[in-house]
Design a protein around this ligand. Structure first.
Ligand code: PEP
Length: 268
């Protein structure tokens, strides 16, 4: 099956400016029937702004359906990949297999995976190693960071974000950073309906960019995209995306409905 082409409107980001990145994270939601229905709606949704790149993070089992029927101007992400190559790793899916299928992105270090759903969670060293492996295998990575409610309240937001980024800065080459988008997702805002205000988010995004400048390089900091994630929806996206250091969103609940396109169409 050939994927429908989709269409774009407006102009691409001018030379030297960052293209917005809107990622949907479907998590472990959906049946084959509901995914087919949503894909049909997305395919009929009209043009995507030319200064926006759109990616859907589908559950592994729904990736083939997306790869064969979702409009081709939406890229496909996995929501995890293994720390291994191919081999005797029961239950794992590795970056090279994803690439082989036609997947171009992977979401790594999501707070739900860091937390572990009652199992051992993923620490920052592990997430950094997975990111390096994924990049080496040809994937682009949405690298998630963010503080918990009590960390925001005790003023350690940037300490937490820095500690999550440090192992990544240690392991990536400067060239690798072209394949990374940082998804800043305050944990207290994910799936809760609580969104950081645009000013609050901008403040942290600007600190994250400064950290990248100090620890990786000013050129990387100027180019790297920093998405905001945490209850972004069609009602609040425009305000968030208008901020200077907010280069897109990583969107959970709203990416499971047409509200995702309201977010996409909110890029300035
Ligand atoms: C997410 O899953 O990364 C997320 C931000 O979810 P939600 O938009 O539902 O808060």
């Amino acid at each position: 099956m050939t994927r429908p082409a989709g269409s774009s409107k407006g102009s691409p980001a001018p030379e030297g400016e960052r293209t917005y990145l809107l990622g949907g994270n479907w998590k472990a939601n959906g049946t084959l029937a509901s995914v087919r229905a949503l894909i049909a709606e997305f395919n009929a949704a009209g043009p995507i702004p030319a200064n926006a790149e759109v990616v859907i993070g589908a559950p592994f089992i729904h990736i083939p359906e997306c790869l064969s029927t979702l409009r081709s101007d939406i890229e496909i992400a996995a929501q995890n990949c293994s720390l291994t190559g191919m081999g005797a790793y029961t239950g794992e899916t590795c970056a090279s297999q994803l690439r082989d299928m036609g997947v171009t992105w992977v979401i790594l270090g999501h707070s739900e995976r860091r937390e572990g759903f009652g199992m051992a969670g993923e620490d920052s060293e592990l997430v950094a190693k997975k990111t390096k492996l994924a990049i080496d295998e040809g994937l682009k990575v949405m690298f998630c960071i963010g503080e918990k409610k009590e960390e925001r309240e005790n003023g350690t937001t940037m300490d937490v974000c820095a500690s999550q980024m440090k192992p990544l800065a240690d392991i990536l080459s400067k060239e690798d950073w072209a394949k990374v988008s940082i998804a800043y997702e305050p944990v207290w805002a994910i799936g809760t309906g609580l969104t950081a205000t645009p000013e609050m988010a901008q403040d942290t995004h600007s600190s994250i960019r400064q950290w990248v400048s100090d620890n990786v390089g000013a050129d990387v900091a100027a180019a790297v995209r920093i998405q905001y994630g945490g209850s972004m929806n069609g009602a609040n996206a425009a305000g968030l995306l208008a901020m200077a250091d907010i280069d897109g969103g990583l969107i959970g609940g709203s990416s499971l409905k047409m509200d995702f396109f309201t977010c996409i169409n909110s890029v300035p």
